[in-house]
Design a protein around this ligand. Structure first.
Ligand code: UFG
Length: 324
């Protein structure tokens, strides 16, 4: 079976993908500096703790392990922080990716799956959003990913580095069989914050109810992390089979408002969600919903979790077991 190097494999989406790769029989090598990830989320023996900026070490590892393809997750993800510290995001996410791509060139590895984001679309003008929409990030986090996508186009042209960019919508849920789930510090994402509010009784703040949506709260496309993981496996198989470079939306195609997520949590947990209505958070578009037909048709992807309740249920089981 092919050998895959996974950067950021100790993080949330990375660890679920490593688990699924191994379930499917792939050999996996993880590189993670553990600045955000958790060593315990990676199988013993697979983890190499160092930074993507160590180009020679990366290239040597890829050569020694005879790596066939790379899945590149390692990045900072906090949109709010990126607006306060843009250099941190361009350095880690963009320059770090360039170091990785140079190491791949040194080692002769030319297949890459890259973690991109719906944030590349900024404030979209069309819902659901097709991949052909204008790319126009509205925060440094999104821009750091746009820049990498553009670099990847040039690397395809100049030296045949073939890449699949998966533009994630809202990753959520957990794989409780694997003991994996969402453990960001600090947590900024809606579903874990609502679940923590149910457990603690301390209200979660909902950011704004004056958006141009049916109930006034933002609409997002929540996709289970295991379904994102299976999109990576489809992408890596596509590249290993000789498939071409391309960008693909990874979302279910169904949007839920913040208030609908609250209602779904109440249904799943059987408890009231304590919440306060607050002002808008800067930089939140009204709606982000994927047109994921390209991923479904070209890569044969089909999400297994097709209701928000099923996704929340998995996150709820995880949250109750991992009270911090
Ligand atoms: N929200 C709240 N209260 C909170 C947290 C979030 O009301 O305490 C709202 C947000 O305003 C937003 C929705 O819940 O309307 C979802 O917010 P998240 O922070 O969970 O997710 P985002 O949509 O902001 O972010 C996700 C990814 C980012 C990516 C972005 C693309 O986590 O990495 O989608 O826009 F950049």
């Amino acid at each position: 079976m092919p050998k895959i190097l996974v950067t950021g494999g100790a993080g949330y989406i990375g660890s679920h993908t490593v688990y699924q790769l191994q379930q499917q029989g792939f050999s996996v090598v993880v590189v993670d500096d553990l600045s955000k990830g958790h060593a315990a989320s990676v199988p013993a023996g697979a983890l190499h703790v160092f930074s993507l900026f160590e180009r020679e070490r990366l290239a040597a590892l890829m050569q020694a392990e005879k790596v066939d393809a790379v899945i590149h997750f390692a990045a900072f993800i906090a949109v709010g922080e990126s607006t306060r510290e843009p250099e941190k995001y361009f350095h880690n996410n963009t320059a770090g990716s360039i170091s990785l791509f140079s190491a791949m060139a040194d080692a002769g590895v030319n297949k890459l799956v890259f973690s991109s984001t719906a944030a590349v679309y900024g404030n979209p003008t069309q819902i659901p959003i097709p991949e052909s929409s204008t790319i126009s990030a509205v925060n440094p986090y999104g821009e750091s990913k746009v820049m990498v996508e553009k670099i990847l186009d040039w690397l395809d042209t100049s030296r045949g580095l073939r890449s699949i960019r998966l533009r994630y919508f809202n990753a959520c849920g957990a794989n409780n069989d694997a003991g994996l789930g969402e453990r960001h510090d600090p947590e900024t994402h809606l579903i874990p914050l609502i679940l923590k509010a149910v457990i603690s009784g301390k209200p979660v703040t909902l950011f704004g109810d004056d958006y141009a949506t049916p109930d006034g709260t933002c609409v997002r496309d929540y996709v289970h992390v295991d379904d994102l993981a299976s999109a990576h496996i489809a992408a890596v198989n596509h590249l290993l089979g000789g498939g071409a470079t391309g960008a693909y939306n990874a979302g279910t195609g169904r949007g839920y408002s913040v208030k609908e997520v609250v209602a779904a949590v109440e249904k799943v947990t059987g408890q009231k969600v304590p919440f306060l209505m607050g002002p808008r958070r800067e930089g939140d578009p009204d709606q982000l919903v994927a047109d994921s037909s390209r991923l479904r048709q070209t890569l044969g992807w089909k999400p297994r979790f097709d209701t928000i309740e099923a996704i929340i249920e998995s996150a709820w089981v995880f949250e109750k077991q991992n009270l911090t």
